[in-house]
Design a protein around this ligand. Sequence first.
Ligand code: HEC
Ligand code: HEC
Length: 286
Amino acid sequence: MKIFKWILGALALVLIVGAAFATFNISKGNDKLAKVYSLDYDDAPIVSDSASLAMGKYLAESHGCQHCHGQSYEGSVLVDAPPFVVVPSNLTSGKGGVGASFSDGDWLRAIRHGVRPDGSGLMVMPSEAYYHMSDTEVGALVAYLKSVPPVDNELPKTEFKLLGKFILGSSDDMKLTPDMMMGTPRLDMPEKGPTVEWGKYRASVICQVCHSATLTGGQPPDPDSPFAPDLRATQSWGLDGFINTIRERVTPSGRALDDKFMPWTSFRNLDDTELEALYAYISTIQ
Ligand code: HEC
Ligand code: HEC
């Protein structure tokens, strides 16, 4: 019978160690969530003349905002699973929307730094990409978002359940947005045209977050996403093949892109100049 006692003892030890491990990681997860980030942000003028509003609308429609925040920026429940509830906020000034209370600083801090007005970090919101938006563009984007019609849509808050806190605490790859900044500098915005310089700027704002800073392939922030391929592969496609892939989703080899992970329904709204510029830039990458 001694062997039974021994097995029970070993099991108890495993349980105790397991519980201690879980508690340790859950508390590490709680620490990550409790972190208060700097409320500094880089200022940008919010200009709401008609040209800026048109620019802001174009940016919102081509940079993925609707992909997560909904067609009318009314917010949505993106994930509702045991570990997390992920809720891209209602951005309008309707009931449940942040638009009614956000100051200009709150908008800029959230979009370019991933920080809420109370200093806590956002989750999933890709500010590590939007950090690279120029003052002119982010100012136009905020002006436009402040002008969209209010939609009443009260939503639950983004929440980490116990398992989510455990995952957040146990993996260094799980980070809140402010800890995901790419560390690459914000480029000066060149004059818009079908040029390598413009393509490099636009790639820094949209594509590098998933395809890596050099566009030679990378793991997107979403751990469920497939690898984002090396875009040098498109060099043999020709401009038409490239534009057709982004606009119509199908690569020249006939592979359809998955909109969930490669949000072409948003990027297809990039105008011809931008796609030409992106291709010109990608063509220079060795
Ligand atoms: C991949 C999905 C995704 C995309 C793309 C995205 N967002 Fe978000 N965004 C989120 C999520 C999720 C939250 C809420 C996160 C949280 O509560 O922790 C959020 C929060 C925000 C907030 C802060 C609101 C608050 O409640 O404090 C603003 C402002 C915002 N997003 C604006 C934008 C804009 C503008 C764009 C496009 C340029 C955009 N987002 C694109 C997912 C996304
Ligand atoms: C949110 C992450 C994400 C962003 C942002 C993103 N991509 Fe992608 N991209 C992917 C993933 C993931 C794939 C692979 C998709 C698949 O296999 O369905 C992909 C595939 C592609 C492909 C097909 C490549 C091939 O060889 O089949 C092209 C072209 C492409 N992306 C271009 C771009 C460009 C240009 C931008 C910027 C305007 C961009 N992507 C931004 C994630 C992203």
